[in-house]
Design a binder for this molecule. Structure first.
Ligand code: BGC
Length: 721
């Protein structure tokens, strides 16, 4: 039902005003002196009328500023239609949570939901209406810098997290003033650029797309995300932004998405470079016909649609549909009742960077850290241990990660400062910069370490080296840092390496040289305190890998849910004798650390597990019961993971597919029985004709604490009882 207000507005609006709603401008159009006559407007060849009819702006924030801009805008708007304020609020606003890939590693949707709820509350108080998040692109190639922004290589984990993020940002619809609208992106398959090179071609079959990439977007839409953003890449040979099959058939018709579709930044203009549109007018026509409602920063709609609408009633009709969808969104945000959404300086101060928000960010960091190695119980460390802290990331606030534009690294507690609170005998000697090394400084770090009982090396990269436009061809740590680690390893003292990263790295040498390896990702505002708590054993590092860590870059893309090929390796010595198998001659097929992997200070076992029923049907889900025991003498947290495999299918099937997981904490020697449930529909796969269905037949259930070490039991599926 379209409200009377919107119906009336639609009647009163001129075609230019409707097209204005479809235009999104960046912050610099609205801020600064004389923008109306000089600067960006002039550069974009747009008149002042475009500015005050533009439907939305991106990147303006702060209660005071947003009030001013909205107020000024409304003074110039003939019909008083408020401006929408959008921004990338990805893993926090002022309180920065760990990067999304780390939130994926938490294997706890509640952690993602809390992070998104707090991000919404802080940013709503800062005047933001819509976030360009969650990014749910499935990622399997660590060379691509934006893997940090996704939650996983796995369709199921990605879907669970996508839903949690949307629920956190939006709360329960209708939106209240503490929540913001979510824009799921990038539709679609932006996470699969060839060779991991940013903005490169994506070419996957529609079968594979539907099987693995589509589910997370579908989950976000099912959770009622109010917007979708297009992606820069091509899909099925046509740039996604103008791909009618993708946007009309799949997004609008199949997924029943009725919200606002926004282009990515200048993605409509880029259609010319793709060679699919001859000029910007052509690009505007293609994008509108594909159903793109908002043109972010290519100005194609603003420049060309008025003329096109006069000549073609179909264009006019499409403009009406898009303008109406945008007005509905403004209504859903409550902007027609209060264009300021309750903004006040007081509220902004009260809800931002509160101790409660910071505590939640710390808990999220603790839950997302992955202990990759811990020989001879090197960790946890006794607080009296004399520690030498070294490495370029040890004493910097640059631990927030990319897409944290409102976070302040300068004010962020460093790892060194946080450790000093728990370990009183601590020396800090960086030894090297990220990429630049002075031998005398290296000597200083080695000499300092010689005096202490244990060494903690905080290695990694600055935030600027992950995120958008940071593709790499080498995923090892910089040589300078490895040189430092090699020297330290020779001291024969317990050597703990903490890795600050936004992507899976080749940690083969780091693993070999270190006694313990803790993957801390970019842990956010309270990352230092979280690391200190993990090192001292106050909390268990309970993250598990959401992406496979390869042995070397040549294995990439590598992911646990691969297909078997016609010549699989069996993992037996006979593999070595047979050259003609699907394998490398210079590397194992297996990764360094598998998906789902992570150690605990506890020592967990699955003592027995049962399937009931052994025959699954439409009204009888698969139920797995298992007894989990912490046999260690330390409390701990683990993630029990259930995978399945369909023995025979019409199409090839992944060797295993994650279907359910549960994170549980147990005291030393404690036992708990857990149940994991997989609904019948979730066992469905995409068939050769692209339809989704669950097949009758034999299946295997696999249970374990990571994807590579599981125990199996058979079960069957019947489609009719
Ligand atoms: C990115 C989007 C982002 C947009 C606006 C683009 O470059 O691809 O993810 O939302 O900029 O900041």
């Amino acid at each position: 039902m379209i409200s009377k207000n919107i119906q009336d507005l639609m009647k009163q609006m001129t075609i230019e005003e409707k097209i204005g709603q479809l235009l999104q401008l960046s912050a610099d159009f609205f801020q600064g002196d004389n923008v109306a006559i000089t600067g960006p407007l002039k550069e974009a060849h747009l008149g002042e009328a475009a500015l005050y009819s533009a439907g939305s702006v991106l990147g303006i924030s702060g209660a005071k500023t947003v009030r001013q801009v909205q107020n000024n805008y409304l003074k110039h708007s003939r019909l008083g239609i408020p401006l929408l304020f959008m921004a990338d609020v990805v893993h926090g606003y002022k309180t920065i949570f760990p990067i999304p890939l780390a939130l994926g590693a938490s294997f706890d949707p509640q952690v993602m939901k809390t992070a998104s709820t707090i991000a919404a509350k802080e940013s709503a108080a800062g005047g933001i209406h819509i976030t360009f998040a969650p990014m749910v692109d499935l990622v399997r190639d660590p060379r691509w810098g934006r893997v940090m922004e996704s939650t996983s290589e796995d369709p199921y984990l990605n879907s669970v997290m996508a839903k949690a993020a949307v629920n956190g940002f939006q709360g329960t619809l209708p939106l209240d003033q503490e929540h913001i609208a979510a824009c799921v992106k990038h539709f679609a398959a932006y996470g699969a650029p060839e060779a991991g090179r940013e903005y490169n071609t994506v070419d996957i079959s529609e079968w594979r797309f539907r099987e693995q990439y589509l589910p997370a977007y579908a989950a976000a839409i099912e959770a009622q995300a109010l917007l979708v953003m297009t992606s820069f890449n091509t899909l099925f040979g046509v740039p996604a932004t103008v791909n009618q099959h993708l946007m009309r058939d799949i997004l609008r018709n199949e997924l029943q998405f009725h919200g606002v579709l926004i282009s990515d930044w200048d993605a409509i203009g880029e259609i010319i470079h793709h060679g699919v549109a001859g000029d910007l007018q052509h690009a505007a026509d293609l994008a509108l016909k594909a159903g793109v409602d908002i043109d972010m920063m290519s100005f194609a709609y603003a420049k060309y649609l008025t003329k096109a609408a006069v000549l073609d009633t179909q264009i006019e009709q499409l403009i009406n549909e898009s303008a109406q969808r945008i007005l509905i969104l403004k209504e859903q945000l409550g902007l027609f009742n209060d264009p300021y959404r309750g903004l006040s300086d007081k509220r902004e101060t009260e809800v931002t960077l509160t101790s409660k928000n910071l505590a939640a960010a710390q808990a999220a960091a603790e839950q997302s850290m992955v202990l990759l190695k811990n020989n001879h119980h090197t960790l946890p460390l006794n607080s009296a241990t004399a520690i030498s802290l070294v490495g370029p990331a040890a004493d910097t606030g640059d631990i927030l990660g990319s897409w944290s534009w409102q976070g302040d690294p300068e004010k962020t507690e460093t790892i060194a400062a946080a450790l000093a609170k728990q370990f009183s005998n601590l020396t800090v000697t960086p030894g090297t910069q990220y990429h630049h090394l002075q031998l005398s400084k290296l000597d200083d770090a080695v000499n300092a370490s010689r005096q202490q009982e244990a060494i903690i090396a905080v290695l990694g990269l600055p935030a600027s080296e992950s995120g958008e436009a940071t593709s790499v061809t080498d995923i090892k740590l910089p040589t300078e840092q490895l040189m430092l680690l090699r020297r330290l390893a020779k001291l024969n003292k317990p050597l703990i390496t903490i890795v600050i990263t936004g992507r899976p790295l080749d940690l083969t040498e780091v693993d070999a040289l270190s006694d313990a390896v803790l993957l801390a990702w970019f842990p956010g505002s309270r990352g230092g305190a979280a690391i200190a708590n993990v090192l001292s054993g106050k909390v268990d590092p309970s993250g598990r890998l959401p992406m496979t860590f390869p042995r070397n870059v040549g294995q990439v893309p590598i992911y646990y849910n691969a297909y078997n090929t016609g010549r699989p390796i069996a993992g037996t010595p006979a593999d070595d004798e047979n050259k003609y198998l699907s394998k490398y001659i210079d590397s194992a097929n297996s990764p360094l650390y598998p998906f789902g992997f992570g150690l605990s200070y506890g020592d967990f076992t699955i003592s027995d597990w049962t399937l009931s029923p052994q025959s699954v049907s439409p009204d009888q889900p698969l139920m797995v019961q298992a007894t989990i025991h912490n046999a260690g003498n330390h409390a701990g947290t683990t993630v029990v993971q259930l995978y399945t495999h369909q023995t025979i299918g019409e199409t090839v099937q992944p060797v295993k597919q994650l279907q359910a997981f549960k994170k549980i904490s147990l005291a030393a020697d404690q036992t708990q029985t857990i149940t994991l449930t997989v609904p019948y529909d979730q066992l469905s796969t995409i068939h050769a004709d692209l339809h989704r269905a669950t097949d009758q037949g034999n299946y295997t259930a696999m249970l374990g604490f990571d994807s590579a070490h599981t125990a199996s039991q058979p079960f069957t599926v019947v489609t009719h009882q």
